[in-house]
Design a binder for this molecule. Structure first.
Ligand code: NDP
Ligand code: MG
Ligand code: MG
Length: 332
């Protein structure tokens, strides 16, 4: 079973005694920087020349300095810029500003797990990753609650890396909800697999294939949209609240019977074999290397896939239908 840590297991004074640099001020960066500051931590934000987030951070009362300066001043450096550019930011502005005893922090393990960033032996390498988007992390903190986090130590130079990570997690409200101990390897591999096989990749492919099947059989796209995409939220909400059991309790017996007999024909042994292949390509670094190469080439395939789905009948139908449903908030 996983090891869980709460407020009483974490000592906030550890992080309050350090100088923290939060590099990046996007979804996660703003939540970490503001909540650490409100927890009495000495925080500066490191941003690049011409950053759009600079004014926002300054308006919210934070001191913004160039990344290299932030890294030089601080002894805890949390890297919250997009994953594909972290290695470049590290090489250019952080590496030469690390001293023995400093700590390098991450919100996701990709660059450490696949060796794109190789920190020197004298620094602690830690992760605090909230299991939710940054705006939720900040809102929960302000409301006196927190989003559960996972925490890990890849390199424990000081022997106190995990205490420091727990203290950091307390500073952003994570220990109010609970912190699970993990490793960089487990976090990175399961995060990539989850988003590819189930959450993003698996779900969007399932919805598209269901929608196409109905439309190709002559049913109206609007009806197909409701059946294959819109109602998914209801089902997922029920699963989130009470697992498969609550979902099956709530739907009709007919739907439940159909779930048992047809579900395993859609996600079958072949699908699972493919999932295992995908997991293998994540574990051996193939996925990460291909993704960084795609990013560095200027995202040619990424843009092609994005465009193709923007023009898909599922999406154009959805745009029209959501306008009729005033309660569906496009921005939420
Ligand atoms: P965002 O894309 O939301 O934010 C990126 C920030 O980095 C922006 O403030 C951007 O500034 C800044 N930035 C871009 N280039 C540079 C640079 N060269 N130097 C300094 N700053 C730069 O990132 P996320 O918050 O989504 O992701 C950050 C990390 O958190 C990633 O490791 C991600 O995997 C992890 N994570 C994200 C979650 C999420 O919910 N989004 C959840 C859990 C973990 P500007 O826009 O002004 O140019
Ligand atoms: Mg992810
Ligand atoms: Mg129905």
């Amino acid at each position: 079973m996983a090891e869980l840590f709460y407020d009483d297991d974490a000592d906030l004074s550890i992080i309050q005694g350090r100088k923290v640099a939060v590099i990046g001020y996007g979804s996660q960066g703003h939540a970490h920087a503001l909540s650490l500051r409100d927890s009495g931590v000495d925080v500066r934000v490191g941003l690049h020349e011409g950053s759009k987030s600079k004014t926002v951070a300054e308006e919210q009362g934070l001191r913004v300095v160039p990344v290299a300066e932030a890294a030089a001043e601080a002894d805890v450096i949390m890297i919250l810029v997009p994953d594909p550019i972290q290695a470049k930011v590290y090489e250019e502005s952080i590496k030469d500003n690390l001293k023995d005893g400093d700590a390098l922090f991450f919100g996701h393990g990709l660059n450490i797990r696949f060796g794109f960033i190789k920190p020197p032996a004298g620094v602690d390498v830690c992760m605090v990753a909230p299991k939710g988007p940054g705006h939720l992390v900040r809102r929960q903190y302000e409301e006196g609650r927190g989003v559960p986090c996972i925490a890990a130590v890849e390199q424990d130079a000081t022997g106190k890396g995990f205490e420091l990570a727990l203290s950091y997690a307390k500073g952003i409200g994570g220990t109010r909800a609970g912190v699970i101990k993990t490793t960089f390897t487990e976090e990175t591999e399961t995060d990539l697999f989850g988003e590819q096989a189930v959450l993003c990749g698996g779900t969007s492919a399932l919805v598209k294939a269901g929608f196409e099947t109905l439309v190709e059989a002559g049913y109206q796209p609007e009806i197909a949209y409701f059946e294959c995409l819109h109602e998914l939220k209801l089902i997922v909400d029920l699963m989130y609240e009470g697992g498969l059991e609550k979902m099956r309790w709530s739907v009709s017996e007919t739907a439940e019977w159909g779930d048992y007999v047809s579900g395993p024909r859609i996600i079958n042994e072949g699908t699972k074999a493919e999932m295992k292949k995908i997991l293998g390509e994540i574990q051996d670094g193939t996925f990460a290397n291909n993704w960084i190469a795609e990013y560095n080439a200027g995202l040619p395939k990424y843009n092609e896939y994005k465009k193709a789905d923007e023009d898909h009948l599922l999406e154009t139908t959805g745009k029209k239908l959501r306008k009729l449903m005033s309660w569906v908030d496009e921005e939420a």
